[in-house]
Design a protein around this ligand. Sequence first.
Ligand SMILES: CC(C)(COP(=O)(O)OP(=O)(O)OC[C@H]1O[C@@H](n2cnc3c(N)ncnc32)[C@H](O)[C@@H]1OP(=O)(O)O)[C@@H](O)C(=O)NCCC(=O)NCCS
Length: 196
Amino acid sequence: MEEYPKTLKLKDGTVVHLRLMTADDMPKLLEFFRGLPQEDRLFLKEDVTNQAVIERWIKELNYDRVLPVLAEAEGKIVGDATLHLQKRGWSRHLGEIRLVVATGFQRKGLGTILAREIFHHAVLRGLQKLQALMMESQIGALKAFEKLGFCKAAILKDHVIDLKGNRHNLVIMTNDVGELWRKIGDLILESEFTME
Ligand SMILES: CC(C)(COP(=O)(O)OP(=O)(O)OC[C@H]1O[C@@H](n2cnc3c(N)ncnc32)[C@H](O)[C@@H]1OP(=O)(O)O)[C@@H](O)C(=O)NCCC(=O)NCCS
C-alpha cells in the first residue's frame, strides 16, 4: 500500500488526496457521513450516522477483508469507497464495491476515480467479478454504476428496508473485473481530471 497517499485534481480543479482508512479516522468519518443528505444516507446498507457502526468498522479494520479508500479535500473526508472480500467459500472470486461521495463533490469525477482505485485493488487481489448492491429507487447511483460498466444481474422484489422501515427492490449489479478495468481506462481517458 506504499502507493498512498495519492494527490489528484478533479474536473473543476479541486485537489483531492486518496489514502486508506486508519484507526484515527473515527471523528472525520462521522462528520462525513452525518453531513450526507438524507436521500443519500437513507438507502445505504448501514446507518452510517450511528457512532457504534463507525466504531465497529475501525475495530474490525482489516485490509484483507474490507479495503477502505478515502478521499480528502482540505482536511475533510469527501468520499469513501470500500472493497469487501471473502477469503473462502464459493464467493471467494467475488468482491463487493460500496461508494459514497459528499454532495458538494458529486458529478466531478470523484466517484469514477474511487471506483478505479477499487477496480485496481480487485485486479491485484485476483478477483474475477465485482458486485454493487443498491435499491431500485437510487436512480443516480444506478446510472453512475451503469456508466462504470456494471449491468443489472438481478432485481429482488421488496428485499431490503431503508432506515425509515420502507421496503424496496434490491438491484444486484455485476461485471467481470477485467471488463470493468478496461471500461474505467476509457472513462479516465475521456475525463478531464489529472493524477499528480
Ligand atoms: C453514486 C455516487 C457515488 C457517484 O459519485 P460521483 O462522484 O457523482 O460520480 P462521478 O462524478 O464520477 O459520475 C460519473 C457518472 O455517473 C453518472 N451519474 C452520477 N450521478 C448521477 C446522478 N445523480 N444522476 C444521473 N447520473 C449520474 C453520470 O453519467 C456521471 O458522469 P457525468 O457527470 O460526466 O455525466 C454518488 O452519487 C453517491 O455518493 N450517491 C449516494 C450513495 C450511493 O447511493 N451509493 C451507491 C451504493 S454503493
